[in-house]
Design a protein. Structure first.
Length: 609
């Protein structure tokens, strides 16, 4: 047992969220499968239009097809539109597009899933060999996505739109508070969007009622946590986050097309809209969940549900981006956990002074801006150059501190990616800010997103996204960042890095054990006791907290850990193939150039240079 293994975290320390992940999480089914809206412009928007494409015309027709899919996704939800595009007109979307909100109605979700097969048929109508490489990657990603979703289309009621940290009710306040006002139409669309929230939240309640009727409703513990969170958010309506942030955004608005009187009217309308629509939407959710308390038939992992193992298998692939089986993922995770534990033990045995260094470990840089500047300097040897980029560090609002992650990054628009935002949650004083900002900033999420957007990729690729790639990359570079800290010796950096990875591995294996193997709290405690010097009430308390966290958000920790391990596996393959010609900087550059993709797709194109 390692007495110095990283402290068990009480909240999801390893979670880092991007706006793209946030906004996609707001709907149960991607707009790619919601065929209820006409695309803005396309000659390849219907199955009939793409079934007879000549091979030599496939490149142009595929570009039109993917443009139509992207436009449709943007038109389906105004938050996605605002976060994805600074100037929608560049992508064929009028600036005065009315507000729209994605549907979470169970019937619409089911309909969208059923129509995915037709979309897959349309995709297969194109001549793959006549596409360029970027189009082939997009094709492969879209095919992989549709096939994976179709494999679980009968299990859509197992999806969960709500959750203590990653649920839509937790993410909406931050997403809406960062809704950009670039033109007068944005302000109008934002206010109209808020008026649609009661409709969405009522649909979410309907979805939860359908889950309850099917015996699939969440545990009482999770439901009560979400209710408490919603109550905290609306506790002071007149001081709500969405009032203060609207006022500050309007104050910063400099397009020059509104008068002072108009601005005052906008502020007045926003206050009224927040108090009337936003507060009532959250109250609808509170009332709906309260009425359903006690209807959940289980308090444990997914495998306790009738098709729970099948759904977890799908969810594990969907979140990690890996296409390994559950048992293959278990083997991979266990192998790396053992490897990191051995490395940490060996370092401690060979360098006894590490025990004192570990206890005294501290980072002299504590200001976020200073840390980010230091990271930018330190990574230049191992990572390619990045276009000129700016960032703003913000702090989580008091009403959200108890529920959001220690830090998170908001992705910038595709067509305006140079200005970035990183949030820090000051309610997490024990977090390692240096490595956390490496995860969120340089060379983590910020670096990866800016580098990818600078290549002008097919916008549909960005919308599809892959959580396992994004969080795998950020976790991988966080793992490296211990070696950038001047206050640490090389041995201490290696020990802390191995220690961090081992801790994440333990969490990921707990997730699999609870949600796939059906561990009880006692079995979770037995597993944790193998690695931590915990006994009695302390072990029982922490085991219960971890158990509840994994039940609340299954497969989330594996997204970070398995995503990182897939990158490490790819690095091993490249090192073996290239030998002394292997370049870490070139490896990183190729990963960034290909960009977010499921790992089988990433590996396919990694060597296709």
């Amino acid at each position: 047992m390692l007495p110095f293994l990283s402290k068990l975290v009480r909240q999801k320390h390893f979670i880092g969220i991007t706006a793209l992940c946030l906004t996609i999480a707001l709907v149960a089914v991607s707009a790619l499968s919601q065929r209820t809206r006409e695309p803005a412009s396309s000659t390849a928007a219907t199955g009939e239009a793409v079934t007879n494409v000549k091979p030599e015309d496939s490149g142009q027709a595929f570009a039109q097809f993917t443009q139509a899919q992207f436009q449709e996704a943007m038109l389906a939800d105004s938050v996605n539109l605002n976060y994805s595009l600074a100037d929608p007109s560049l992508y064929g979307i009028p600036a005065d597009t009315p507000a729209a909100i994605s549907s979470s109605d169970p019937e619409n979700i089911q309909k969208g899933l059923e129509e995915m097969k037709g979309l897959l048929d349309q995709l297969h109508a194109f001549s793959y060999d006549n596409l360029d490489q970027d189009q082939k990657i997009t094709y492969d990603m879209m095919e992989d996505y549709l096939q994976l979703e179709l494999s679980a289309k009968d299990l859509y009621l197992y999806d969960e739109l709500l959750g203590s940290t990653t649920g839509l009710q937790a993410q909406y306040p931050v997403v809406l508070s960062e809704f950009s006002f670039r033109c007068k139409e944005d302000i109008r669309r934002y206010l109209d969007y808020l008026k649609l929230l009661p409709q969405l939240f009522q649909e979410v309640v309907s979805f939860e009622q359908a889950k309850s009727s099917a015996g699939l409703f969440m545990s009482n513990t999770t439901a009560k946590n979400i209710i408490s969170q919603c109550q905290a958010f609306i506790a002071s309506p007149s001081e709500n986050l969405l009032i203060s942030t609207f006022d500050s955004r309007l104050e910063d608005y400099n397009a020059g097309d509104i008068t002072a009187a108009e601005a005052a009217e906008y502020r007045k309308e926003n206050r009224e809209v927040v108090e009337k629509y936003v507060i009532s939407a959250y109250q609808t959710l509170i009332d709906g969940l309260t009425a359903l308390l006690g209807t959940g038939v289980h308090e444990g992992g997914l495998c306790q549900l009738p098709s729970g193992k099948e759904y977890y298998s799908y969810l594990l692939q969907q979140k990690t981006g890996s296409r390994r089986t559950v048992e293959e993922i278990r083997t991979l995770m266990t192998s790396y956990l053992d490897e990191n534990l051995r490395a940490a033990s060996a370092l401690m045995a060979e360098h006894p002074e590490l025990a004192d260094e570990y206890q005294a470990a501290a980072v002299s840089l504590t200001a976020p801006e200073a840390i980010l500047q230091d990271l930018q300097k330190k990574i230049s040897e191992d990572f390619p150059a990045l276009p000129e980029t700016t960032y703003t560090v913000k702090y989580v609002h008091d009403s959200l501190k108890d529920f959001l992650s220690p830090a998170f990054y908001l992705t910038p628009p595709l067509d305006d990616y140079r200005d970035n935002v990183i949030y820090i949650n000051q309610a997490q004083p024990s977090m390692d800010l240096y490595t956390t900002l490496a995860h969120e900033g340089y060379p983590g999420h910020l670096f990866q997103n800016v580098y990818f957007r600078a290549q002008n990729p097919n916008p549909l690729r960005d919308y599809l996204g892959v959580l396992g790639y994004a969080e795998g990359w950020a976790t991988y570079v966080e793992h490296l960042s211990y070696h950038y800290i001047d206050d640490y010796s090389e041995n201490l950096a290696s020990f802390l890095s191995a220690n961090h990875m081992a801790t994440l591995g333990i969490y990921a294996l707990c997730d699999l054990g609870i949600n796939y193997d059906g561990w009880s709290v006692a079995q979770t405690a037995d597993f944790l006791a193998r690695y931590y010097s915990l006994t009695g009430s302390q072990l029982a308390e922490i085991s219960q907290e971890i158990y509840s966290a994994m039940v609340d958000d299954p497969a989330n920790y594996p997204a970070y850990y398995v995503g990182c391990l897939e990158i490490l596996e790819l690095k091993k393959e490249q090192q073996a193939a290239l030998g002394e010609n292997f370049s870490l900087k070139a490896f990183h550059q190729r990963l960034l150039e290909i960009g977010p993709a499921p790992f089988p797709v990433l590996k396919k194109y990694f060597t296709a240079q």
